[in-house]
Design a protein around this ligand. Structure first.
Ligand code: NDP
Ligand code: OXD
Length: 313
């Protein structure tokens, strides 16, 4: 029994292989690289991939499932040679969720307490304390109330923030106002002083944070985007920041990654850049999750978290 493993530069092969071997000791792990050893494609039962090179998955005629090494599947679904009728399983991992909660809470607190202002003051040797509201008077809005958005919402509620979320279907999360569907998008934006994006990137969500959406935010708002760069129309965001609302943005993801060295985003005084690290996949915990699904399939059961191809997430 064999598993094909292939990843782009951004994931750490050296840490994945031992973790996979530990969790799936009965399997041979075959690492594909363009100039590596030839692969016996017919022997491959499962593929564990991140941005696989086009064409290779179609060669595996006996594939039972494809595991995406991250939560977002926009990359793999854009692969033109994806085999049909093979389940694609996305990563849902407590460690990934934990990392995202930390990232979102960090920036919510940063903006809530006005630390972005003190950064500027320090550069001017200025000592000027600011008042800040109680968390219950700060309205946070989370776009996407799935695995990650839902966990962030729950944590922020626990910290006393006034939290709402927007999703495709209605949610029932204690303390979280559920907005859903197209008609409730604008009312949701109208109340979101700190807007957090944790949507999957699909045809429906691409460019969703555009000029119109930004104009619907209340005064003195903030944006945190930890989902995908293409959710935000970059020029619209820069124009809105330059015009004064949102006051600032924390961006972890970009249209083009790595963010090009000559991008004006790097130097924008109201944008904080992190290099797609809101939450990093841990090879240890992710391998354990993937192994659980592989053993479910061996028992004739479906894996968890199969991507719904019609919805694109
Ligand atoms: P889920 O699939 O669990 O949740 C997605 C949420 O978005 C759901 O609540 C879903 O609604 C909602 N949604 C999807 N499409 C629409 C739509 N058209 N209108 C309204 N709501 C919609 O995803 P995760 O929470 O696991 O991950 C979210 C994203 O986070 C990933 O796709 C990835 O892009 C990003 N990510 C970023 C990382 C980073 O380091 N920056 C790390 C990991 C993930 P419903 O519940 O009704 O279906
Ligand atoms: C992602 C991930 O989808 O790293 O960005 O999981």
């Amino acid at each position: 029994m064999a598993i094909l493993f292939t990843t782009s530069w951004s994931k750490d092969t050296g840490r994945w292989i031992p973790a996979l071997k530990e969790n799936l000791p009965d399997f041979e792990i075959v690492t594909y690289t363009r100039d590596g050893e030839p692969v016996d494609w017919d022997a491959i039962d499962y593929a564990i991939v991140w941005q696989p090179p086009p064409g290779i998955l179609k060669q595996c005629k006996n594939l039972k499932a494809i595991f995406n090494m991250g939560a977002g599947v926009d990359g793999i679904l854009a692969n033109a040679d994806l085999p049909e009728n093979i389940p694609i399983v996305r990563l849902v991992d407590p460690c990934l969720t934990e990392g995202m909660v930390e990232y979102v809470v960090h920036w919510v607190l940063h903006f809530h307490r006005g630390f972005h202002v003190y950064r500027d003051y320090q550069a001017q040797n200025k000592w000027r304390p600011h008042w800040y509201p109680r968390p219950s008077d700060r309205r946070v809005g989370i776009l996407g109330l799935g695995e990650l958005g839902g966990a962030c919402a729950k944590q922020l509620v626990q910290m006393g923030f006034d939290v709402a979320g927007w999703s495709r279907s209605q949610k029932n999360i204690t303390g979280v106002d559920s907005f859903y569907g197209h008609d409730q998008f604008e009312p949701f934006l109208n109340r979101s002083q700190i807007l957090v994006c944790l949507l999957p990137l699909t045809k429906e969500t691409e460019g969703i944070i555009d000029k119109k959406a930004l104009a619907a935010l209340p005064e003195k708002s903030f944006l945190i985007n930890a989902a995908r760069g293409k959710h935000v129309v970059g020029d619209d965001l820069v124009a809105a920041l330059d015009a004064g609302n949102p006051l600032a943005a924390a961006l972890d993801v970009f249209d083009e990654e790595p963010l090009p060295a000559d991008s004006p985003i790097w130097q924008h005084p109201k944008i904080i850049v992190t290099p797609h690290v809101a939450s990093l996949t841990s090879p240890q915990t992710a391998s354990a999750e993937i192994a659980k699904d592989i053993y479910l399939i061996s028992e004739g059961k479906p894996p968890r978290h199969i991507v719904d191809m019609s919805r694109g997430y």
